[in-house]
Design a protein around this ligand. Structure first.
Ligand code: PRP
Ligand code: URA
Length: 215
């Protein structure tokens, strides 16, 4: 993994499976069904990396042959928080590895004129402040939605927030690094720049529309 501009909390992943699956997402010929499946698979792969430093504790387990000293997860419980809509596409892939996680939802859409995020929905598990947060959205473009969602979770009292994005623009990573240097961010790839409509170039298009087949 590489770091973004030597920022210790922003990681750009590097793995052949991740690159291969991202290429499928970028391809304009990829249809909704495959797109949705591959988003989910990428979310699973990213979770594997993003949970690498989760705390563990030693327990003794009786195997059919003898006693084994084993490491099991010991940290706080996790909540997955997708930013609607597109973040929903990543939830199942994360639950594959963290099946007991709870799921909160933040509804934000980006105003196409101002590119600013507009909130329209929020529903969190009651113990959200006690949980470690995995905030997920396939796209980090200007970073407006990401930084607003992180602030939202901080306002709920959440202390440890990790964000997973499939694709990020440098502009978005700069904003998160500036606004929330304490938040750990994992991106599957960083692209070149944003176009005049705030789309990531070369990117993959509109993630929500491609996941849900709305265009
Ligand atoms: C997309 C994407 C992010 C946001 C990124 O959502 O899923 O939430 O744009 O852009 P930003 O970094 O410039 O804020 P969109 O507003 O298109 O809504 P959708 O998920 O409902 O399609
Ligand atoms: N949202 C998307 O879905 N795609 C982009 O490239 C930028 C924002």
């Amino acid at each position: 993994m590489e770091q973004f501009k030597n920022h210790p909390n922003i990681h750009i992943m590097s793995h052949p499976l991740i690159s291969h699956k991202l290429a499928i997402l970028r391809d304009e010929r990829t249809g909704t069904q495959e797109f949705r499946k591959v988003v989910s698979e990428l979310a699973t792969l990213m979770t594997y990396e993003a949970t690498r430093n989760m705390p563990t504790e030693e327990v003794e387990i009786k195997t059919p042959v003898g006693m084994a000293k084993c490491q099991v997860l010991s940290g706080k419980k996790v909540a997955i928080v997708p930013i609607l809509r597109a973040g929903l596409g990543m939830v199942d892939g994360i639950l594959t590895l963290l099946p007991s996680a709870k799921v909160g939802h933040i509804g934000l859409y980006r105003d196409p004129k101002t590119l600013k995020p507009v909130e329209y929905f929020c529903k969190m598990p009651p113990d959200i402040a006690e949980r470690d947060i995995l905030l997920v959205d396939p796209m980090l473009a200007t970073g407006g939605s990401g930084t607003a969602a992180i602030q939202f979770m901080k306002n709920y009292g959440c202390k440890k927030i990790t964000m997973l994005n499939l694709l990020a623009a440098p502009e978005g990573l700069d904003l998160i690094a500036h606004d929330h240097p304490d938040v750990e961010v994992f991106v599957a790839a960083m692209d070149d720049h944003l176009n005049d409509h705030g789309y990531i170039v070369p990117g993959l298009g509109d993630a929500g529309d491609r996941i849900f087949g709305t265009k």
